[in-house]
Ligand binder design. Structure first.
Ligand code: PLP
Length: 429
């Protein structure tokens, strides 16, 4: 496989874009590659500028649950765009999408649309602080909630990939109210709350962690956090930017039966366009301006093209049997990968929840960031490169998820497993 055109584009990009990319993990640095540049994508396949084709398991980092360019979404986008690209005035599509989200995720009694997951979580935290009149926020090591200042502490995703504990440019004063604790450990939360529970506005987490690889919540963990929040009057915020409409139609809260006070969405709800949303208890959301006193706004929020794409995407995932199909496909893939790793003698711990998963190059169970971090990232890098050469695109980091979409057919999954067998053998060599 040659990537001459991509390489030239990357050189040009590096002159005008920091690191040549508009989001750090895309760079491929941690796995020792330069990024390829996409020409077009359809279904589960991406074609790069040099004509190479890859089966894609990144799926734009989660939004593309129906694969690239599903006809319904593309048609909805084109129709909406022809009617105007932005109004800055309310339109019907915003109401329809909010109504549908409220129906599918019942804890979200009221919803505010924003433009990204980062904005959704940042706004939800501000709301929780305003509502409770408290400042402190508890988050968990390895969870990523976007790049807003106060949440950029012991974060997952790109920070985990590049081993960055926080970021210069975030003043100490802005993170002094953020406490990051070990994921999946209720005792440390109990202990922290005993000391400062009365000052904690919110506990925020990914109910299934998807930014330190994939780490499911232990049995009783989410319920325990719910109880602790109730006891101390803190709000429970589920960051379902990845898990919303991914691990079940109603998200992780439906799958695990735990109701948060506030929920943050992104990715799938925008059908591949830049969208986020936050919402939850009516009495809390009524504090958002202009109904309430807690300010949050956006020039492009509720953008008609993005709303149309989101509505089309929800039409797709609401169909009967969608989550069963995703479960079946992802379990087929996971079983195949597990077998292939074992046959090659490569230690691998495979975590999976529905159609999101991660193969950790580790022989130990992975239950939190500390155990995820013990993975052999060098072996992952070799495996990643071997897979890429065989036309399979995985996340260019050990600490990210693979996503299976409706567009991945059994032949694609089998081809992936076959490539993985060779790639594991090369990794073990
Ligand atoms: N929350 C979670 C769980 C995420 O995975 C991400 C992004 O990957 C974000 C928030 C931030 O979303 P965005 O990149 O749209 O700002």
């Amino acid at each position: 496989m040659h990537r001459k055109i991509s390489d030239r584009l990357f050189e040009r990009a590096c002159r005008v874009i920091p690191g040549g990319v508009n989001s750090p993990v895309r760079s491929g640095r941690s796995v020792g590659v330069r990024p390829f540049f996409v020409k077009e994508a359809k279904g589960c396949r991406i074609r790069d500028e040099d004509g190479n084709v890859y089966i894609d398991y990144v799926c734009s980092w989660g939004p593309l649950i129906a694969g690239h360019a599903p006809v319904q979404v593309v048609e909805a986008v084109m129709k909406a765009a022809a009617g105007g690209t932005s109004y800055g005035i309310p339109s019907r599509l915003e109401v329809e999408l909010a109504e549908q989200v409220a129906a599918l995720v019942p804890s979200m009694e009221m919803i505010r649309m924003v433009n990204s997951g980062t904005e959704a979580v940042m706004s939800a935290v501000r709301l929780a602080r305003g509502f409770t009149g408290r400042n402190k926020v508890i988050k968990f090591n390895g969870c990523y909630h976007g790049h807003s200042d106060c949440l950029l502490v012991a974060s997952g995703s790109g920070l985990a990939t590049f081993g960055i504990p926080g970021s210069p440019g975030v003043p100490e004063e802005l993170v002094q109210h953020t406490m990051s604790l070990r994921y999946n450990d209720l005792d440390v939360v109990e202990e922290a709350m005993e000391h400062m529970g009365g000052d904690v506005a919110a506990i925020v987490l990914e109910p299934v962690a998807g930014n330190m690889g994939v780490v499911p919540p232990r049995q009783g963990y989410l319920e325990g956090l719910r109880r602790i929040c109730d006891r101390y009057g803190a709000l429970l915020i589920f960051d379902e930017v990845i898990t919303g409409f991914r691990v079940a139609l109603g998200g992780a809260q439906e799958r695990y039966g735990v109701k948060p006070d506030l929920t943050c969405l992104g990715k799938i709800i925008g059908g591949g366009l830049p969208v986020g949303a936050y919402g939850g208890r009516r009495d809390v959301m009524q504090r958002v301006a202009p109904e309430g006193d807690i300010y949050q706004a956006g020039t492009l929020s509720g953008n008609p093209i993005a709303m149309a794409a989101g509505l089309a995407m929800l039409d797709i995932v609401r169909r009967d049997g969608v989550y069963e199909e995703l479960e079946e496909k992802a379990s087929h893939l996971a079983a195949g990968l597990g077998r292939a790793a074992e046959e090659a003698g490569v230690p691998m711990t495979l975590n999976r929840v529905g159609s999101m998963g991660c193969g950790f190059f580790s022989r130990h169970p992975v239950t939190d960031f500390e155990t995820a971090a013990q993975s052999d990232t060098r072996a992952y890098a070799v495996f990643f490169r071997e897979m890429m050469e065989r036309g399979v695109y995985l996340a260019p980091s050990q600490f990210e998820a693979f996503f299976v979409s409706l567009a991945h057919e059994k032949e694609d999954l089998d081809a992936t497993v076959e490539a993985a067998g060779e790639a594991f053998r090369a990794t073990a060599a």
